[in-house]
Ligand binder design. Sequence first.
Ligand code: NAI
Length: 255
Amino acid sequence: MQRFTDCVAVVTGAGSGIGAQTAVRLAQEGAKVILAGRTLSKLQSTADLINRSSENAVSEIFQTDVTSEEDVQELTTFVNQKYGKLHVLINNAGVSGKSRILELNASEWDRIQETNLKSVFLVSKHLGKLMMETGSDHYPAIVNVASLSGHKAGAMIPHYSSSKAAVINFTKALAAELAPYGIRVNSVSPGFAETPLTADGLKNKRFEEAIIKNTALRRVGSSEEIANVIVFAASKEASYMTGSDLLVDGGWLIT
Ligand code: NAI
């Protein structure tokens, strides 16, 4: 299936995990994908994966810290000068941390909010304008990666949970603002998926068992399973869906 022929896409945090898999899927389906992230070597690994996955796949690397408005403006200028249009934006970059509220440093609170929430605002603001100028012929879409934790506060991750709940809410506000331009905005909330973000936790067998016990499907998800839903939300197949959150949690909330 080639759902993104002639489309230009930006994926933030594309150097690993869910972002990398999403970028691969978009490129396999015809999109020219700009891989945005902080670490060049990780972005290069994703570009290599894309090159190996399909003969005609096209990707480009652009080093960006999504918490910096200056970096985000440079990314926007790059996409505009190189392609002059943008159809798909995946706000995926994110970080987590572990702390009780009463022991949480304000600087750690800020780090999580800036990376997970402020970045979604900055990137959507600057690249959103380019999407508006692009027009709605190719069913433009923004997908923000939120979390199951945005629906259910997790113990020891109050800063993370709060940032992701805000992403779900911000998504709805942005969807309302961009709907008149034909741009759809949705969020995808993954449950527990095996990626570099969760790798340390999963090394602890008791932790892994607890995760599996709390998941109706009795297993941890994969980054591919999350990417599949992100790519669907970005595609024309979801052309009547905006302001929604898609929960991909293996049934965590129903246990
Ligand atoms: P990951 O750690 O593999 O991916 C996150 C990527 O974001 C990394 O490549 C990292 O370098 C990049 N990044 C972090 N800060 C950045 C910054 N300031 N500027 C640019 N790039 C930056 O982890 P994963 O799991 O693939 O996470 C992707 C998204 O999925 C995140 O938003 C995460 O919160 C969310 N998520 C993941 C879950 C999981 O179980 N893996 C569950 C729920 C949500």
